[in-house]
Design a protein around this ligand. Structure first.
Ligand SMILES: *[C@@H]1O[C@H](CO)[C@@H](O)[C@H](O)[C@H]1NC(C)=O
Ligand SMILES: *[C@@H]1O[C@H](CO)[C@@H](O)[C@H](O)[C@H]1NC(C)=O
Length: 507
C-alpha cells in the first residue's frame, strides 16, 4: 500500500518534472469556513509529497508529516455567529468595512509574529507561496521579500477588487455582482446599484486596505513594490467556482475554476440522525444558515413564517439551530447546533436544503444533487443564490419577501420530483470533468512552480486605461476626420460656385 503510493509519487514526479516543492501557505484571515476549504487542498499537497509551512489561525491538532504549522491562533477572534439575518445597504457598507479592516489588522498580526519574522531573517527559500486572496494583499509583500512566485486561492468567487489586477472585465450588465441581487440579468436599478458599489468597493480597497498594508510592510522591509503591481504578478488564481453552477464567465488562462475540492466522501451518520432520516415517510428538508449567521437573532415575524411553513409540510426537518427549542415546538423537527452537513446532504432521503447560500453549502448541494431554497443575507450569498436559481439548482427567496405563503410556494417548487430529477442531471454535469477539482487545483499549483519564469496573465491587466478605452485611437481618427472635412470644405469653396438661390413662388 505505502510502496504503491511511493511508486505513484515517483511516477507523477517524473511525468511532471517536479519532485518536492517547498511551499509556504499563508492564511492571514481567521474566517473558519474559509480555512475549512483550503485545509483539504493543503493536506492533499502534503499527500503528493510536497513540504508545507502553513501560517494560519488553525494549526493541526495532530501533527502531520511535512506539514509545519506557524500558528497565529489566539491572536485574533475567530469569526463565528457574528451577523444577524437582515439585509440593507448599510449592511453591505458594514461588511465591507469589517472585511478591509480585518485584512489590515491581520497583516499587522502576521508580520509581528516572531516565527513569521524568522522566515525572512533566516532567508528561508520557498518554491512557491500559496495564499488566500480575499481581503488583503499583505502576503504578496512577504512573498516578494522571500522571492517566491504566488498562487492565489479563494473560497468564494472573485472579489470586486480582483477584477482589475487579473484583467477580467467587470460589466454590471451581465457579470453577477458579489454583494447584490440580479445575477446575470440585472434591472436598470440593479445596474446603477452595482456601479455605485463597485466604485465604492474598489476605492475602499485601494485606500483602506492596500495603502494601509503597504505602510505596515514598509515598517519591516525597504523595497516592497506597490501592492497594485504585485497583485498583477500573481501567477495563478484558483477560483472556488465552476461554470456548471456559476455560469459562463470570461477569465484569462491564469484563473482556474477549481470549485468543489473541499467536498469529502460522506461518512456514516450518527445513530439518532440516521434513524430520524430513514424513518421519515416523506423525506427530509435540511435547514442551515451557516456558522456566520445567528438563526436566534432572526426577526420574530420571519421566524414565525419559517415555522408556519414547515409545520404545514409532510417532510421531517433537520435544522441547525443554536437553542434547545423552537417557538411553538413544531413536531418533526430535529434541532442541533452542530450537524455533519455534507453527510446529511449525501443521504438520498434528504430532498431539499434551505440555506443562506454560503459557498460551501451550495457546493455540497450541487455535489450531492439536493435542490435548494436560497435565502441570501450578506457577502457572496446574493451572487451564489442568483447562480442557484439561474443554473436550476434551486430557487431563491429574499429575506424581505419571506412569508409563510411565499416560503411554502418555494418548497413546493423544489420538492416537485421533476425539479429534483433536473437537479440530479445538473449534479452529474458538475462531476463530469477531465480531472477532479482537487487534481486540477494541485496540477495548476505545480504548473505555477514549473512555469515560474513565465507569466500567463491577461494583457488587459497592464494596458493603460487610455488605450483600453480607445481614447488615443479615437483622438487620431477624430483629428483625421476634422482635417479631411476642412480640406474638402476648402476645395469646394475654391472650385465650386455658390449655387443660385431660386425663389419658389407659393402662389
Ligand atoms: C520543510 O519545511 C520545514 C519547515 O519550514 C523546513 O525546516 C525543512 O527544511 C523543509 N524541508 C525541505 C526538504 O525543504
Ligand atoms: C528559470 O530561469 C532560471 C535562470 O535562467 C533558471 O536557472 C531556472 O532553472 C528556471 N526555472 C525553471 C523552473 O525552469
Amino acid at each position: 500500500m505505502k510502496f504503491n503510493k511511493l511508486i505513484l509519487l515517483v511516477l507523477s514526479a517524473m511525468v511532471n518534472g517536479v519532485l518536492t516543492l517547498n511551499i509556504l501557505a499563508v492564511f492571514p484571515y481567521q474566517g473558519k469556513s474559509h480555512f475549512f476549504v483550503f485545509q483539504s487542498y493543503l493536506k492533499e499537497l502534503v499527500n503528493r509529497g510536497h513540504n508545507l509551512t502553513v501560517i494560519s489561525y488553525f494549526p493541526q491538532k495532530n501533527p502531520i508529516e511535512n506539514y509545519h504549522d506557524i500558528s497565529l491562533a489566539g491572536k485574533a477572534k475567530i469569526l463565528e455567529d457574528v451577523f444577524p439575518i437582515y439585509r440593507s445597504y448599510w449592511g453591505i457598507i458594514q461588511v465591507s468595512l469589517f472585511v478591509t479592516g480585518s485584512g489590515t489588522e491581520n497583516c499587522k498580526v502576521m508580520l509581528a509574529d516572531e516565527n513569521v519574522q524568522n522566515l525572512w531573517k533566516t532567508k528561508a527559500k520557498f518554491d512557491l507561496v500559496v495564499t488566500e486572496m480575499f481581503n488583503s494583499d499583505c502576503t504578496l509583500g512577504l512573498a516578494h521579500v522571500l522571492g517566491a512566485p504566488v498562487v492565489g486561492l479563494t473560497s468564494c468567487n472573485l472579489m470586486p477588487w480582483h477584477y482589475k489586477p487579473f484583467g477580467v472585465q467587470y460589466n454590471p450588465a451581465y457579470v453577477s455582482f458579489m454583494f447584490m441581487e440580479g445575477g446575470t440579468k440585472p434591472t436598470l436599478y440593479q445596474r446603477i446599484e452595482r456601479t455605485i458599489f463597485q466604485t465604492y468597493l474598489t476605492t475602499l480597497y485601494k485606500y483602506a486596505s492596500q495603502r494601509v498594508d503597504q505602510n505596515t510592510l514598509a515598517q519591516y522591509f525597504d523595497d516592497v513594490p506597490p501592492l497594485e503591481d504585485l497583485s498583477r504578478d500573481v501567477k495563478f488564481m484558483l477560483l472556488y467556482s465552476n461554470f456548471v453552477l456559476n455560469g459562463p464567465n470570461l477569465y484569462p488562462p491564469n484563473i482556474r475554476e477549481v470549485g468543489g475540492y473541499h467536498v469529502a466522501e460522506a461518512k456514516p451518520l450518527r445513530e439518532d440522525l440516521r434513524k430520524f432520516i430513514e424513518e421519515s415517510e416523506h423525506g427530509v428538508i435540511y435547514i442551515s444558515f451557516g456558522s456566520m449567521l445567528r438563526a436566534t437573532s432572526t426577526p420574530k415575524d420571519k421566524l414565525e413564517a419559517i415555522i408556519g411553513a414547515i409545520s404545514e409540510l409532510p417532510q421531517r426537518i433537520i435544522w441547525k439551530w443554536e437553542e434547545k427549542t423552537l417557538p411553538g415546538n413544531p413536531k418533526n423537527v430535529y434541532l442541533s447546533n452542530w450537524l455533519p452537513q455534507n453527510d446529511i446532504l449525501a443521504h438520498p432521503k434528504v430532498l431539499a436544503f434551505y440555506s443562506h447560500c454560503g459557498m460551501l453549502g451550495t457546493t455540497e448541494a450541487i455535489y450531492h444533487g439536493v435542490p435548494m431554497v436560497g435565502m441570501p443575507v450578506f457577502g457572496d450569498q446574493p451572487l451564489n443564490a442568483a447562480a442557484v436559481e439561474e443554473s436550476g439548482l434551486g430557487v431563491q427567496i429574499q429575506v424581505k419577501d419571506l412569508t409563510k405563503e411565499n416560503l411554502l410556494e418555494k418548497f413546493k417548487t423544489v420538492l416537485d420530483p421533476a425539479f429534483r430529477s433536473k437537479v440530479k442531471e445538473l449534479s452529474k454535469l458538475w462531476h463530469d470533468r477531465p480531472q477532479s477539482a482537487m487534481d486540477s487545483a494541485i496540477y495548476w499549483t505545480e504548473f505555477a512552480a514549473r512555469s515560474r519564469n513565465y507569466t500567463f496573465g491577461s494583457p488587459a491587466a497592464i494596458v493603460p486605461l487610455y488605450q483600453y478605452l480607445y481614447l488615443d485611437v479615437f483622438a487620431v481618427l477624430g483629428g483625421l476626420l476634422l482635417v479631411t472635412i476642412y480640406i474638402l470644405k476648402t476645395i469646394i469653396s475654391m472650385y465650386c460656385r455658390q449655387p443660385q438661390k431660386t425663389k419658389v413662388k407659393t402662389k
